[in-house]
Design a binder for this molecule. Structure first.
Ligand SMILES: Cc1cc2nc3c(=O)[nH]c(=O)nc-3n(C[C@H](O)[C@H](O)[C@H](O)COP(=O)(O)OP(=O)(O)OC[C@H]3O[C@@H](n4cnc5c(N)ncnc54)[C@H](O)[C@@H]3O)c2cc1C
Length: 388
């Protein structure tokens, strides 16, 4: 058994760590002020351009993209280290391209889609969204009702999607729809590439979420999609969608470790300085236990995430591990961040520290890509052999 990261993966993690410390963290005050003023959690265009230039120069683009289209083809274990470092900051920056849709495209594209969608995406020229959730089907995507029906060479999509991140801005959305109402998840759900501005792809509203994020509600009204924009084969969209969700869940678990570590570091720095009733907080058992529990849980979670990524790199079935780490890591980090906020007292309640932003982000992460209870249910169902 080997518990050390390979030298080149550790060097990559350190490099991303320096990028986070030197380029992303200095922007946090600006980002937090913008969010506090009600303008959402985002970057100025100029900052975005600068971060793109620097991260590209550092060779941090396309880390897990295929080598033949300019990527580094790194394994999942290497990406865990990268995402943990990214998770340490609340400055919202994604190293292009974002892994989940990348993996889904890699698993499904034909030559034409590769040239027109995957390659520009890997080059960081496009932004994508994923449309799965609906007003009546979120945690249970197999219950979706949006349909895609053949019409000549085209597909015509009708239905509603909700909570879709980036839907209004994305150059294309990977849209999931029923192509067979009976078969559903067992051969009846397909994935389509729907371009921004397609007639019938109607953005109904922008929904403000906690933590300065936004999602969108979309109405699909006779939205016509050319036949070649079907991803993979008809009826077989559910498995690549699960691959995509699995990639995001590992990423989220790694972000959670990074966030929890940052919160713990903040407690460790602050607790010895703050004196109450004549004694530093670091000498109070309450705070000491929070530190000990956080350090132990972060260590356990980090090992779980690396174990899952390593098994995935070996080609093993990690569906159970993915459910375990998705709920465990997000809940763990939420608790650690909450205790850091408690340690900082009123200062922890301000919008000046990153803690409240981390807390809000983790609060949404306990819901999206499958709520905690659904993942626990999946784990229990597997172990107990029950179907419901
Ligand atoms: C910030 C954010 C961004 C998002 N971005 C996207 C996106 O880009 N694309 C997209 O398609 N979707 C997106 N979503 C939607 C997200 O994936 C769904 O909200 C999530 O899957 C839960 O679905 P739901 O909201 O319909 O909750 P429901 O499925 O209605 O579940 C509600 C609650 O019921 C309980 N519950 C449900 N099922 C079970 C069960 N089997 N056992 C026990 N308890 C259960 C859980 O406590 C759960 O929290 C986003 C959501 C958020 C919050």
């Amino acid at each position: 058994m080997e518990f050390e990261l390979a030298e080149e993966h550790r060097m990559l993690k350190d490099l991303v760590g320096r990028f986070v410390r030197d380029e992303l963290m200095p922007l946090e005050n600006k980002v937090l002020a913008r969010e506090a003023e009600g303008n959402g959690l985002g970057l100025d265009a100029a900052d975005h351009v600068r971060l793109d230039r620097i991260s590209k120069e550092l060779g941090l683009w396309g880390l897990d993209a295929p080598e033949d289209i300019g990527g580094a083809d790194l394994p999942n274990v290497a990406m865990v280290g990268v995402e943990e470092e990214i998770g340490r900051t609340v400055t919202p920056y994604t190293l292009p391209p974002d892994s989940p849709n990348l993996r889904m495209l890699m698993a499904t594209v034909n030559e034409r889609q590769k040239a027109l969608y995957l390659e520009p995406y890997v080059r960081g020229e496009t932004v994508s969204a994923i449309g799965i959730s609906e007003p009546g089907a979120g945690g249970d995507p197999a219950g979706m009702t949006t349909t895609a029906v053949r019409d000549g060479d085209d597909w015509v999509i009708n239905g509603r999607k909700i909570w879709i991140s980036r839907a209004a801005d994305a150059d294309f959305t990977i849209l999931m729809a029923l192509t067979d109402r009976e078969k559903r998840a067992r051969g009846g759900i397909s994935a389509f590439l729907v371009d921004k501005g397609s007639p019938g792809f109607n953005v109904l509203r922008r929904i403000p979420m906690i933590g300065g994020a936004y999602t969108y509600e979309i109405a699909l009204e006779d939205c016509r999609v050319e036949g070649w924009k079907l991803l993979g084969t008809e009826g077989n969209g559910f498995a690549p969608m699960q691959l995509r969700l699995g990639t995001r869940r590992i990423q989220m678990a790694a972000w959670s470790v990074g966030m929890a570590q940052r919160a713990l570091d903040m407690i460790i720095e602050y607790a010895p300085q703050r004196v109450t009733f004549g004694v530093p907080l670091s000498e109070r058992q309450a705070i000491q236990w929070w530190v000990a529990e956080a350090a132990t849980k972060i260590h356990a979670t980090r090992l779980m995430v690396y174990d899952c990524a390593w098994k995935l790199d070996q080609g093993r079935d990690v569906r159970l591990e993915i459910s375990m780490i998705k709920w465990f890591a997000t809940e763990m980090a939420y608790e650690v961040v909450d205790r850091a906020m408690q340690t900082f007292g009123a200062m922890g309640m301000t919008k000046e520290l990153p803690l409240q932003q981390m807390s809000a982000k983790l609060r949404t992460m306990r819901i999206y890509d499958g709520p905690t209870e659904v993942h626990k249910w999946v784990v229990a169902r597997n172990l107990l052999g029950t179907r419901r």
